[in-house]
Design a protein. Structure first.
Length: 546
């Protein structure tokens, strides 16, 4: 192995066993990473990029998954080269976290829910750096400040469920960087972060890379991030590398139609498209590039005139939601933080209202307060003429079928012990017309078809789906109860750009077909620009623009 290289992957093949099938997730993948270099890996959900990353630390679940062929060589701090596949579990434990750090894709399921965030980071440093509890706490708080976590000392004592999605991601980043690894594997490290914090994290990673000579393997669906961050880029499709080269070259003159499709299917702010182009259109096109129809200002105005001439379906007035930030000696909350502060707005039938804001601005808390998943302290929420806060639990349950939510993290919102079909059927139990199992099953199959998943997915469990497919299952489950208003809480933030385009097109087509109304919560301005009829901006629990 060349002395300039820290990592070399040769002819990697990874398979997964599904019932009597063998599925190949990664096929003949070879690449190398030099000392101090940043290598970007891009590709759609299910392309094999995350499986490749997990293979580097032998984190593929066995016996379901198996590294069938190939080799992975890593150069340690002392200059010696090891074959990762030949190391004992004890030797691997000394490398994981210390010499190779990893930022996982889904922070909500990667953090231990019964341990404080600070305790989890401190534990990593105590194990690898052999430092005492006091120093580990001090260094953890320093790292929390580095990754721009607000109230670092309070977050040290907080549990994962008490943080926003973006805040949890920053805890994961602090944990991965805490031992100053030689190689950092960043699997979608900025997915849940708003644009300003994204850039802060990328700048921090670059600063640490320069200071410590660290190499970075950067996996993301955001081509814009790769273009400004990576030295070289690999493009993966169906488990194989379809394009490779210097980042500037790959982006200026892509040679593979799949790469061209990845670049074209992201929403843009310069025009309002009726439908986003998808990867399949580029892969199946032998002629000129697909053309997507735009919505004219006249068409948009006519549509809005029709929407806003109606009575609002939802009215929120002076809503205030608080969380305890400090408890007295007797365990009673005596200090509160206003997560939502006197927020008022209306939503009209058939409208998509966009809510944007940085992580921690209160947008997710607002969505959950509307559903009464979090109880508000004051204010009014009126849905279809009913004041939500004054309803009994029984009446509230009957209203909730009309008022649904698609959560940010599809993996943690699905029961791991239920198949996709059973998860959808379970949601239909309260509906009178679906009391017979056969009727529920038939409807579940129809719903899977509507979201682009065939009958063969009915009996699969959540862990057998890609991230985009899991989100489609969640959408199908939401539609099962025939809702009138759906809150989409960062519902595409965890998806790569190609699957994101499919889900956004799907949401818009379902909106037209079923007459749905959306509250679309996101930190991605380009996505909100494509989806929303009207936008409100949140900051520190307040609406700062309307």
């Amino acid at each position: 192995m060349d002395k300039k290289k820290i990592l070399e992957v040769k002819d990697l093949r990874v398979i997964f066993h599904h019932e009597h099938e063998i599925m190949t997730a990664v096929e003949d993948v070879s690449f190398s990473l030099e000392l101090g270099e940043t290598l970007g890996i891009v590709g759609e959900s299910g392309s094999g990029k995350s499986v490749t990353a997990l293979s580097l630390l032998r984190l593929i679940p066995y016996p379901e998954g198996e590294i069938k062929k190939g080799n992975i060589f890593f150069r340690g701090t002392d200059g010696s080269v090891s074959s990762i596949l030949m190391l004992s579990e004890e030797q691997l434990q000394n490398i994981r976290g210390k010499e190779i750090g990893m930022i996982f894709q889904e922070p909500m399921t990667s953090l231990n829910p019964v341990l404080t965030c600070g305790g989890q980071v401190a534990e990593t440093m105590r194990w690898h750096l052999k430092i005492d509890r006091k120093e580990a706490k001090m260094r953890t708080i320093e790292w929390f400040n580095e990754v721009r976590l607000p109230r670092a000392e309070a977050i040290f004592k907080s549990y994962p469920h008490q943080l926003s999605g973006g805040q949890k991601q920053r805890v994961m980043i602090a944990m991965a960087m805490s031992c100053n690894p030689n190689l950092l594997i960043a699997d979608e490290p900025t997915t849940a972060l708003d644009v300003s914090v994204q850039q802060t994290i990328l700048d921090l990673m670059k600063e640490l890379q320069a200071r410590h000579g660290m190499s970075i393997l950067f996996i993301t669906h955001d081509l814009k991030l790769v273009s400004g961050f990576a030295d070289r880029t690999l493009v993966m499709y169906k488990g194989k590398i379809v394009e490779e080269g210097k980042t500037e070259q790959v982006f200026k003159s892509p040679s593979d139609p799949y790469t061209v499709g990845l670049m074209m299917c992201r929403p843009t702010a310069d025009k309002r498209l009726k439908k986003l182009p998808t990867i399949e259109e580029f892969l199946n096109s032998s002629g000129p590039l697909p053309v997507t129809e735009t919505e004219s200002e006249e068409q948009r105005k006519a549509r809005h005139d029709k929407i806003y001439s109606q009575h609002p379906i939802l009215q929120v007035s002076n809503l205030e939601t608080v969380f305890p930030s400090h408890y007295s000696f007797f365990g009673k909350a005596d200090t509160f933080v206003k997560a939502i502060n006197s927020v008022s707005f209306d939503v009209y039938p058939g409208e998509t209202l966009g809510i944007v804001g940085e992580s921690g601005s209160g947008k997710t808390t607002l969505g959950r307060s509307i559903l009464q998943l979090i109880r508000s302290r004051s204010g009014k929420i009126i849905f279809n003429g009913l004041e939500i806060q004054s309803l009994t639990q029984q009446k509230l349950r009957s209203v909730r079928k009309d008022l649904q939510i698609i959560f940010q993290d599809p993996y943690s919102s699905l029961n791991p012990r239920l198949t996709a079909g059973n998860a959808i059927m379970e949601a239909m139990l309260p509906l009178a017309q679906y009391q017979e199992r056969d009727a529920r099953k038939q409807r579940a199959i129809e719903l899977l078809g509507m979201v682009g998943l065939g009958y063969e997915y009915f009996d699969r469990y959540p862990h057998e789906f890609s991230g985009g497919q899991r989100q489609r299952v969640c959408i199908a489950r939401t539609l099962a109860v025939k809702p009138k208003l759906i809150i989409c809480d960062e519902s595409v933030s965890a998806l790569d750009v190609s699957i994101q385009a499919q889900i956004l097109n799907l949401l818009n087509s379902l909106k037209s077909e079923f007459g749905l109304t959306y509250i679309f919560i996101s930190h991605d301005l380009s996505v909100v620009w494509f989806m929303a009829d009207r936008v409100i901006v949140m900051q520190n629990g307040l609406i700062s623009d309307g």
